[in-house]
Write a protein that binds this ligand. Structure first.
Ligand SMILES: *Cc1c(COP(=O)(O)O)cnc(C)c1O
Length: 381
């Protein structure tokens, strides 16, 4: 049986008519960059995320970049983040000339661990004369929100602004002081990606910024368009970080399906959880499940830990099952960050996760037969 890691054709088969009509409408209008369709989608996304403002941008990576630009993060500034994430998180910090400070993960959730974050900040203190601690960038990895209650408290103590990298967690919820809060709305700015493999994926690149701060929203709107306001007047330098109307039109169609897709992914996760019970494969923790939240996890990825990971990966490959390692090399060990001075052993939990984790197909259209086949292939000796 062939089981791809992600089957976007299966998704397209269900939204084909709506998607084609949306593209046709933009073709008739011949208005391709920003404009009313982008504004309409921004409004709907802000409502979906419980945010006051949403600003459409060209990608999730650019959302992170614009967020840092809006908070004037630059040379001499430190941004604390996780080394166990997609490259863009730390890449954006470095592109602004700032310095990433890595804090190791909680092995249960793969998210930045509050205690290890405190430790990393404490270790930094002698150097604080040189580096200004400006921001914290937690990532809600694989679709589960980081422990924001504790992280927000640390950020408050150190006077850091919080930028949430919610690229993998649109719609995911967190129980903050007993109240359900959506990913991206607990810090100053939230960043989303519409890369095709995300739960809400465009037909190309796209991203979104959300904030409750009206002045910051206005600044980010201007920054995404070269800092021009009014046209041809530039008080600040921005870039071309604009969202296309075709992408907004597609995303508008898909947004109506998103809650059903989250639900289907959760049901698939539950099926895997049962398949893997007692097999030695460690299922992903869903730490907020008991708090009564609907989207306690949106399973952008279903990531297990197995001791003989590379052997399991080979078996899956031979059995025609797609899988992937997110992420094989933690960011503190990437060649381009060698200058930061980290060494192997500095982030033991991230390094261990990089050796043991395996992402399995979890897309909404996956059938129970496929899941059984995947699970049996993983655990076969
Ligand atoms: C996908 C992703 C990004 C980048 O988004 P793009 O739209 O691909 O630029 C950033 N951070 C994380 C955690 C991601 O998963």
């Amino acid at each position: 049986m062939k089981v791809p890691l992600l089957d976007l054709k299966a998704q397209y088969a269900k939204i084909r008519d709506g998607a084609r009509a949306a593209i046709d409408a933009v073709c008739e209008e011949q208005a391709f960059v920003l404009g009313p369709r982008v504004e309409r989608f921004e409004r709907r996304l802000a409502d979906y995320c419980d945010a006051a403002h949403a600003i459409g941008v060209s990608s999730g990576s650019d959302a992170l970049l614009v967020a840092l630009m809006a908070l004037d993060v630059g040379p001499g500034d430190a941004v604390v983040t996780t080394p166990y994430t997609f490259f863009a998180t730390a890449g954006a910090i470095v592109r602004m000339g700032a310095t990433p400070v890595f804090a190791d993960i909680d092995p249960a959730t793969f998210n930045m661990d509050p205690q290890r974050c405190r430790d990393a900040l404490r270790r930094l203190s002698p150097a604080r004369g040189k580096l200004r601690l400006k921001a914290m960038m937690p990532v809600h990895l694989f679709g589960q929100v980081a422990d924001m209650g504790a992280l927000l408290e640390i950020a408050r103590e150190y006077g850091m602004a919080v930028i949430e990298d919610a690229a993998q967690a649109i719609g995911a919820e967190y129980p903050l002081r007993g109240r359900s809060r959506k990913a991206g709305t607990m810090g100053r700015i939230g960043c989303f990606s519409f890369f095709p493999s995300k739960n809400l994926g465009a037909f190309g690149d796209g991203g979104m910024l959300v904030t409750d701060d009206g002045a910051l929203a206005e600044k980010m709107r201007v920054l995404r368009n070269h800092g021009a306001k009014p046209k041809y007047c530039h008080k600040i330098a921005g870039g071309n970080f604009r969202l296309d109307a075709i992408q907004a039109a597609i995303l508008d169609v898909k947004l109506s399906c998103l809650e059903d897709w989250h639900q289907a992914r959760r049901e698939n996760a539950g099926r895997y959880d049962r398949e893997f019970a007692g097999t030695g494969a460690q299922i992903p923790a869903a730490v907020y499940r008991a708090s009564g939240l609907k989207n306690y996890h949106i399973y952008n990825q279903y990531v297990i830990r197995v001791k003989d990971r590379d052997a399991a990966r080979e078996r899956l490959k031979d059995a025609d099952v797609g899988c992937e390692v997110y992420y094989p090399v933690p960011l503190h060990l990437q060649e381009c960050f060698r200058g930061l001075g980290y060494r192997a052993g500095d982030m033991p939990e991230s390094e261990k996760a990089a050796r043991e984790t395996l992402a399995l197909p979890i897309y909404p259209e996956l059938t129970s037969d496929m899941q059984e086949y995947v699970a049996q292939t993983v655990t076969r000796r």
